[in-house]
Design a protein around this ligand. Structure first.
Ligand code: PXL
Length: 279
């Protein structure tokens, strides 16, 4: 691999032109952290699919192998691959091939199995897709499902709150048993007034966790805010404990700056907190 002064990653997910999620979150967040961020847009939508009706959708599936082939010819390489919202089983298979072609010796493969939240699959997703996503996750160094995505991939009941450490640790163990080296679940509620993320490394057997006050609201794109900042921190060489803190704090502050603005239900005001990541 070429010696670079700056880290370079590629993220593969859609562009939702309005509504803050996927690439319109990943690009600014990862760039603010001083990391070069290449992209493969998998689709262009007029808005994200939550809370809007009649959105447009231009599929870019056919571009994925073409971009990959061109990059291989140009000997372009990456310090990490971060995948988010993927729209079809065909895209999952192409992304799997992309990972095989581009995962370097020490490159980080980070998969956010975006497909569900609050106990429900997002519009357009099926149980069959979820089973294929679980297979893609087996290739990852790090997976970051929320509790709904974790339960669906494992074929288990979604548990929204009242979590015990035994339940969360068991869930993380079962996720890693599917193949990923490290699993992180978000949305963990060990008490009524807290929410946080818990990680498990199957290589060292260690658990890490970080919790903040629970803010009883739900915004689109917070998973992407969390994953982008976590991927950025890990790419920069942070250990899991401090990367979790960076990502949870950045997400919580973004949410806090949005609460109370009823005209901003389509995403969080993460732009106002980017300075937290540049230090
Ligand atoms: O934030 C995840 C996400 C990404 N992309 C699209 C979405 C969603 C969530 O609904 O609709 C298009």
């Amino acid at each position: 691999m070429e010696k670079r002064e700056m880290k370079r990653i590629v993220t593969i997910q859609d562009i939702s032109c309005f509504g803050k999620c996927s690439l319109t979150v990943a690009l600014p967040v990862i760039s603010a952290m001083g990391i070069e961020c290449s992209i493969i847009p998998t689709a262009v939508l007029s808005t994200h699919t939550g809370g809007f009706s009649g959105f447009t959708f231009a599929d870019l599936t056919d571009e994925i192998p073409k971009i990959s082939a061109h990059w291989q010819k140009e000997n372009i390489d990456f310090d990490g691959i971060y995948t988010g919202y993927l729209g079809s089983k065909e895209q999952l298979s192409m992304v799997s091939d992309f990972i095989d072609a581009f995962r370097g010796d020490d490159g980080l493969v980070f998969i956010d199995p975006v497909m569900a939240d609050n106990g429900k699959l997002y519009t357009g997703f099926t149980e069959e897709f979820a089973a294929e996503m679980a297979k893609l996750c087996s290739k990852a160094d790090v997976i970051v499902p929320n509790l709904t995505e974790a339960a669906i991939m494992l074929g288990e009941e979604y548990v929204p709150d009242g979590h015990t450490e035994e339940y969360i640790h068991g869930l993380l163990n079962r996720l890693c048993a599917m193949g990923a080296k490290c699993a992180i679940v978000t949305g963990v509620r060990y008490s009524e007034d807290t929410q946080g993320a818990v990680a498990y490394s199957s290589e060292t057997g260690e658990y890490f966790e970080y919790h903040r006050e629970n803010i009883p609201v739900s915004y689109h794109g917070t998973g992407d805010v969390f994953s982008s900042s976590l991927m950025g921190a890990l790419t920069k060489g942070a250990d899991m404990e401090s990367a979790l803190k960076t990502a949870v704090d950045f997400t919580v502050e973004s949410i806090k700056l949005t609460v109370g603005d009823d005209f901003h239900k389509y995403g969080v005001k993460f732009e106002k907190c980017l300075s937290m990541l540049t230090k």
